[in-house]
Design a protein around this ligand. Structure first.
Ligand code: KIV
Length: 253
């Protein structure tokens, strides 16, 4: 699938997307039939154990995107552009986004930000780089805005709506809506022709994405919107206990 085909999923099916960071999970998720994978810079939190996504480097993103694509060669893979890899100048952004596509084999990249980055998104799409936008809570600017739900007051609602439209007009093929009120996510979804992918934004988006480690129950504190689909942490404890008992009783092959 390419970005244009992904765009055309809007109205045809609800899109199921999960994050992935390595070969093994990408392979398993591909076999399970996900529509798309996001190599999120959330790897800074869940894989690297940082408090924020800010320390993630471009080389790390390329490395993870490459091994995800190797595990899921037939799945549409979007790679996050990390903090400061696209904000400094348009020239640097084109070079860095280009590097991610060239070196990792990812099918598209994602950048965080609203109407203020529409010019940049236009430039990137003009050179053939497929861009997924990301508005609402944007973890790369958490030091400015924190993680509180967006779309609650008129000013913010107007900003989010304008941003969605500006990014669509600039050529983005899809938009992540993170932690936005359900009603605003619905309005945005109805107002743009590109698929919206929600996370903590209610059921009315064109698709949904979850951070893999929340989805499988590996993170210690799941966000309230991430349902418990699997309690892997408990399963791991159980498996370790079984292994310990086998060791103690010499029940080893
Ligand atoms: O980095 C990430 O995993 C993301 C998702 C939360 C959308 O951007």
């Amino acid at each position: 699938m390419n970005a244009w085909q992904f765009r055309k999923l809007k109205g045809h099916k609800k899109i199921l997307m999960l994050t992935a960071y390595d070969y093994g999970f990408a392979d398993a998720l591909a076999e399970a039939g996900v529509d798309a994978l996001l190599v999120g810079d959330s790897l800074g939190n869940v894989v690297q154990g940082n408090d924020t996504t800010l320390p993630v480097t471009l080389d790390e993103m390329i490395y993870h995107a490459k091994i995800v694509k190797r595990g899921a060669p037939n799945v549409f893979v979007v790679a996050d552009m990390p903090f400061l890899s696209y904000q400094v100048s348009h020239e640097e952004a084109i070079r860095n986004c280009g590097r991610v596509l060239k070196e990792s084999g990812a099918d598209a990249v994602k950048v965080e930000g609203g109407e203020q980055i529409a010019d940049l998104v236009y430039k990137l799409t003009q050179v053939g780089i497929p861009i997924m936008g990301h508005i609402g809570v944007t973890p790369q600017s958490s030091k400015m805005h924190g993680f509180t739900k967006r779309g609650k007051d008129t000013g913010d609602i107007d900003y989010l709506r304008r941003s969605a439209k500006a990014l669509e007009e600039a050529g983005a093929f899809s938009l992540v809506l993170e932690n936005i009120t359900e009603v605003v996510a619905k309005q945005i979804t109805e107002s743009v022709a590109i698929p919206t992918i929600g996370i903590g934004a209610g059921p009315h988006c064109d698709g949904q994405v979850l951070v893999l480690y929340d989805f499988i129950g590996l993170t210690r504190e799941r966000p309230p919107f991430a349902k418990n689909y699997l309690d892997l942490r408990a399963e791991i404890k159980d498996a370790v206990n079984k292994f310990r008992q086998d060791i103690m009783s010499n029940n080893i092959l």
